[in-house]
Design a protein. Sequence first.
Length: 35
Amino acid sequence: MSYLRYKSLSLWRFLAENKIQINLDTTENGTRRRF
């Protein structure tokens, strides 16, 4: 696996984890969003 491909996958995983965290925060805290 090339380095650029690895970096790209890491970035997508990071974004996905952040999106999940934001969704959890909105669910737990009503209308509050953390970006």
